[in-house]
Write a protein that binds this ligand. Structure first.
Ligand SMILES: [Zn+2]
Length: 218
């Protein structure tokens, strides 16, 4: 089955109907400054990568993602991943967990020298079914696999929160989609140095496309 609706940009308030069954879908959910990607296989396995931010004036989970899921007819996320602990990626996940939508949560190791990382990790890891991801194949179901290309066992200690983003290669049907979180130049160079196979059909560029990313050879 092909990848239908290859990228839908779903913004709040935009009219849309439940997803066409029997197809795979990849969507970017518009959470403003932040990331949130929804993948669904033809067998209705649903994956979420990042969940936008949580602030006093805006909770991406409650105000955008939950309404979008409802409109799409999705009542559970089988596997949710956090790329790293910046609020604009991890904050919105708290409301999704509280709403009982996340069946399993996959978390990268926090930077133990960062209070922000530890605060969000402590909140998120209260989820009754969470797994700490460190390397290799971390999720596999009919129609989708998720591989973690970052090796957290050997990540340089001086790497900041962005450089510690979990780089995920999703293979949805036969399409490879590379999610790089907020990775910047040093993180990209580290992957190149380690000869990691980065070949993909679609790349979600690091750090919201900032000029700090994308080495020419990446
Ligand atoms: Zn970010």
């Amino acid at each position: 089955m092909g990848l239908s609706g290859y990228i839908h940009c779903v913004s709040f308030g935009f009219w849309f109907s439940p997803l066409k069954s029997g197809c795979s879908h990849l969507m970017s959910i518009d959470v403003g400054q932040g990331d949130c990607y929804l993948l669904q296989t033809s067998d209705n396995t649903t994956i979420l990568i990042d969940a936008g931010k949580l602030e006093k004036s805006y909770d991406a989970g409650k105000m955008t993602i939950i309404p979008v899921l409802k409109k799409l007819g999705i009542d559970k996320i089988d596997a949710a991943f956090i790329s790293h602990y910046d609020n604009d990626h991890a904050g919105g996940m708290i409301s999704l967990i509280r709403a009982g939508l996340i069946k399993k949560l996959y978390l990268p190791p926090p930077d133990t020298s960062s209070l922000d990382d530890l605060t969000l990790f402590n909140l998120l890891s209260k989820h009754e079914n969470f797994e700490l991801i460190t390397k290799g194949n971390i999720f596999s179901k009919k129609g989708i696999t998720i591989d973690l290309l970052t090796n957290f066992d050997s990540i340089p200690v001086e790497f900041s929160s962005n450089q510690r983003s979990a780089v995920l290669m999703a293979t949805l049907e036969n399409q490879k989609i590379l999610f790089t979180g907020d990775l910047e130049k040093d993180g990209e160079l580290e992957l190149i140095r380690k000869n990691i196979n980065l070949k993909c059909d679609l790349l979600k560029v690091g750090h919201h496309g900032s000029r700090l990313v994308l080495q020419m050879n990446f």
